[in-house]
Write a protein that binds this ligand. Structure first.
Ligand code: ADP
Ligand code: ADP
Length: 222
């Protein structure tokens, strides 16, 4: 049998706290966060071919086509920092991507656990509309719930905090629609495999983190 790796799939509506938690888990578990949204935003900023392709989809709040996204993740997983596994944040996002991810990870034992961070729609909207993101390092803040020490400035690298174009209300509505239509079916998909773990995402950032670490440790005994 080939080596086992730890692949964790974070599920949850946009704004649930996946990115915030993935960044903390990265430190706690020593596994890299793979955020397809962050990779697309990096490409957008640097005006790469991939960025140009992704832009119109992201501006509308639609999913970037599967072939492009799947290939991008496949390449990312081959980087040396992914040799022990990865924390997936925003991928897979529909059933086609989930099947492709199963195939990619099958030689290493497949997905270990799929925690679902649950928050209701009202809280989601409050979180997304107050979200601010660092232009340089991608760190995520909230103007009320998780403010930076100095307004508008990233605690980590001093970068400028901005509101993502797709965090404005019109696009948010479409992103929620896309989530329920395309991404929510993954809940049943991972439940059927016995991998789904529900986490109350309305708790504090620290409490959610502790709950996540508990379900991950349970799935992956030391
Ligand atoms: P959020 O953190 O609010 O859930 P993301 O940063 O994950 O948002 O995604 C932002 C946008 O990037 C999405 O609306 C979509 O256009 C694109 N995107 C991110 N991940 C994927 C994916 N797995 N498949 C297709 N498109 C994606
Ligand atoms: P996602 O990646 O699922 O779209 P984010 O991690 O970007 O979500 O979080 C969305 C917003 O909610 C951010 O502004 C973040 O600071 C805030 N947030 C995340 N987790 C919590 C929490 N447990 N309580 C309050 N606000 C939170």
């Amino acid at each position: 049998m080939s080596e086992q790796r730890t692949y964790i799939v974070l599920l949850g509506v946009p704004g649930a706290g996946k990115g915030t938690q993935a960044k903390l888990l990265e430190q706690a578990l020593g596994l890299p966060q793979i955020s397809t949204g962050d990779i697309f935003r990096y490409n957008l900023k640097h005006e790469t071919e991939l960025g140009k392709l992704a832009k119109s989809y992201m501006d509308r709040g639609d999913l970037v086509p599967d072939e492009v996204t799947i290939r991008m993740v496949e390449e990312r997983l081959q980087q040396p920092d992914c040799a022990r596994g990865a924390i997936m944040d925003g991928f897979p996002r529909n059933l086609v991507q989930a099947a492709a991810f199963d195939k990619m990870t099958a030689p290493y034992g497949g997905v270990k656990v799929a925690p679902l961070i649950q928050v209701d729609d009202e809280e989601t909207i409050r979180r997304i509309t107050g979200r601010r993101t660092c232009r340089t390092c991608g760190a995520v803040y909230h103007i009320l719930y998780n403010p930076p020490k100095v307004a508008g400035v990233c605690d980590i690298d001093g970068g400028e905090l901005y509101q993502r174009e797709d965090d404005k209300e019109e696009t948010v509505r479409n992103r929620l629609y896309v989530y329920y239509k395309q991404t929510a079916p993954l809940i049943g998909y991972y439940f059927a495999k016995g991998l789904l773990r529900e986490i109350d995402g309305t708790q504090s950032i620290e409490e959610v983190q502790n709950a996540l670490i508990a379900v991950i440790r349970e799935a992956q005994p030391a």
